[in-house]
Structures are given as structure tokens and as C-alpha cells.
Design a protein around this ligand. Structure first.
Ligand code: MG
Length: 350
């Protein structure tokens, strides 16, 4: 066994049966061991290895985009993902939809005393895999432990930094009447996957979260040369909230065509059962794009050529509307308002 003992720790971390204890957040030897044998083992790189109070990064050469997001999803493990990959995707996507190339991540972990180290290892491995796939590196991290009953397993806050290429300027206030509104794929998958797991619902076709890093897709969209105005990922609040935000920021209306909005039949069925509207439900691997109408076909083609945009669709257009209403032509030929919800419909969804 002595061969496995590293850096003066009495014994290696028991990643099979061990649990987080208060000492893992204490700043001493136990915390150093947790970081070395679990976090650095999976997430390590030359920047994390600097081992100082902050990471010293090379100049990125351009305007920087920075964002942060806390993840409190329950359950921690769900069909299609877990809090680990979600915490990478969520932040990578917020950087990517700004038109930037995500480069660096920092992560803060709040761990609950008693949480199994095996589960923590699964989460950290999933983060490492997601970061590798997205081409980003975790350069700084922090771990705190709270007493049993004062947390809920694991909460993860990630901060992301990316670099914005010369000439790219996307913003929620740039939508103009006549512009086309596109979505990269089916809506509602993530929220419904979480809800059906929480409610213990089983469907013939299991519903999986769509959680994914969108920076490859956004890069392809930018490379298409289409006149993009806005990109945004419809997470909490779903498509409805995101489109209302854009309408208000830009001072325009939006008209949607319900028949054009991709919703998986199993998601539709689950929504009916749970009394939910797919347009209000969180997505973690989808984006909305607003572009000049003349470029919509070109942009759609670029999206559909990417694995994460295969089901991309044009779902509506921007209109002149002093009230900034988002309206939808229903499948039955009627018209209805697409409002954002005032309360919290689905807590702890991301
Ligand atoms: Mg976002």
C-alpha cells in the first residue's frame, strides 16, 4: 500500500466508500489531499498546477467575455447528464452565445458533509470530460464544506472567460422588425427530463436532458457569415422567457408559428401530464438566433450541418410592436400570447 501514499498523506483518499467530512474544507492537509487526488487528478492542467492564489493566464488578444452561473440542480444525476457536465455546459454556453470562444473556467464547490466521495468523483470526471469536449480549461477552483443538512450534496458555481473575435457584436437589443427567429432544436428536453425523474414518471421513450456545449455550433454559425443579431440559450424560463427578454431589450414584437417549433412527442406528452408548457421549460443544449431575414436560409443550413443543430428550425419573425408582445399562431390557426412566467415554475432545474 505504501506505494500509493502520496505527498505525505497518511493514506490515499477512499474513493469507494469515503465521504466528505468537515476537514475537507478546512484548508489543511485533508483539503489538499482531496484537491490533489480528486480535483487535480481529473481537471489538472498547467494553469491549475501553478498552485497560487490565482491563475496567471496569457493575454487572450481581444475583448473578453466573462460570465458566471451557480448550479443547484436536483437530482444531481439525471438522464443525459449530471451537475458536473451541466456546470460546464451552462457557463460555456453563456460565453458562446455572446459570439465568443470560451477558454477558461473557474469552479467553486459547496459540498455537504457526508456526501459520498464516489459520487463526487463521478461529478468531477463528468466536468473534466465536458471541459475537454468544449476545449476549455479549469484554471481555478475552490472547495467549501457545510455541515450535514445545511447543503444538498453538491452545489457548483462556474465562471467562464472567453475571447470575442474582432467584428463580432451580438446583443439582445439588436433585433429589428423583419428579422428571422431560429431555434437550434427541440425545446423542453432538459426540464422535462429532470421533472419526470423527480416525479418518478416512466415513458416508453425515455426523456434525456439535452445538456451540451454549444461553442462548436456557435462557431459554425458565425463562420457562415450570416448577419446575426442575437444568440441566446433558452435556459430557465425556456423559449418564452428568452424571446420576451429579446423583445423588450430590442423594443420589438415577435410572432411565432407553433407548428414550426420542434417539440419531441414524448416531451409534449409529459408536459400535458404535468400541466407544463414546453415553451416555458429550461433547455441546456439549445440556442435561439435572430438574424437578417435574407440570411436565414444560409444560417439554418450552417446550423443543420452541425450535430447539435440538425433539427434547427425557423420559428418566427420579429415585428414592429410598441408593446413588445411575443405572440404565436397556434396549430389550430388561432393566436395567443406567449408570456413569461412570473413565479418559479420549476425550482432547482439547473
Ligand atoms: Mg444564457
Amino acid at each position: 500500500m505504501s506505494g500509493q501514499v502520496k505527498k505525505g498523506y497518511a493514506r490515499p483518499l477512499d474513493l469507494k466508500h469515503g465521504r466528505v467530512d468537515m476537514s475537507h474544507g478546512g484548508g489543511g492537509r485533508a483539503m489538499a489531499q482531496l484537491i490533489a487526488e480528486l480535483f487535480a487528478r481529473h481537471l489538472g492542467n498547467e494553469y491549475l498546477a501553478q498552485g497560487n492564489d490565482g491563475a496567471c493566464l496569457p493575454a487572450a488578444g481581444g475583448r473578453l467575455v466573462m460570465t458566471t452561473d451557480s448550479h443547484v440542480v436536483s437530482p444531481l444525476f439525471f438522464a443525459g447528464g449530471d451537475i458536473g457536465c451541466l456546470s460546464v455546459h451552462g457557463t460555456v454556453n453563456d460565453v458562446a452565445v455572446m459570439g465568443a470562444t470560451p477558454l477558461w473556467l473557474a469552479a467553486g464547490f459547496i459540498l455537504e458533509e457526508g456526501f459520498p466521495l464516489a459520487d463526487l468523483a463521478r461529478i468531477v470526471e463528468s466536468m473534466a470530460h465536458a471541459a475537454r469536449e468544449a476545449g476549455v480549461r479549469l484554471v481555478a477552483g475552490d472547495t467549501k464544506v457545510v455541515e450535514q443538512g445545511k447543503g444538498d450534496g453538491v452545489f457548483i458555481t462556474t465562471t467562464g472567460v472567453g475571447v470575442l473575435p474582432e467584428g463580432v457584436h451580438l446583443s439582445g437589443d439588436l433585433a429589428r422588425p423583419g428579422d428571422a427567429v431560429l431555434v437550434s432544436g427541440s425545446v423542453g428536453d432538459h426540464g422535462v427530463a429532470i421533472m419526470s425523474q423527480r416525479e418518478n414518471l416512466a415513458f416508453d421513450t425515455p426523456i434525456r436532458s439535452d445538456t451540451a456545449a454549444l461553442n462548436g455550433l456557435t462557431a459554425a454559425m458565425l463562420a457562415s457569415g450570416a448577419a446575426l443579431r442575437v444568440m441566446r440559450d433558452p435556459t430557465r424560463g425556456g423559449l418564452a422567457a428568452t424571446l420576451n427578454e429579446i423583445a423588450h431589450q430590442s423594443g420589438v414584437g415577435i410572432h411565432l408559428d407553433e407548428a414550426a417549433i420542434p417539440v419531441r412527442p414524448e416531451v409534449e406528452a409529459a408536459c400535458e401530464l404535468l400541466g407544463l408548457d414546453p415553451l416555458n421549460i429550461a433547455n441546456e443544449g439549445k440556442l435561439i438566433a435572430v438574424c437578417a431575414a435574407a440570411d436565414a436560409e444560409r444560417l439554418l443550413a450552417a446550423m443543420r450541418a452541425h450535430p447539435l443543430g440538425r433539427e434547427a428550425a425557423a420559428i418566427g419573425r420579429v415585428t414592429e410592436d410598441a408593446h413588445c408582445f411575443v405572440q404565436m399562431k397556434t396549430r389550430f390557426g388561432g393566436r395567443r400570447m406567449v408570456d413569461w412566467l412570473s413565479g418559479e415554475q420549476l425550482p432547482r432545474i439547473c
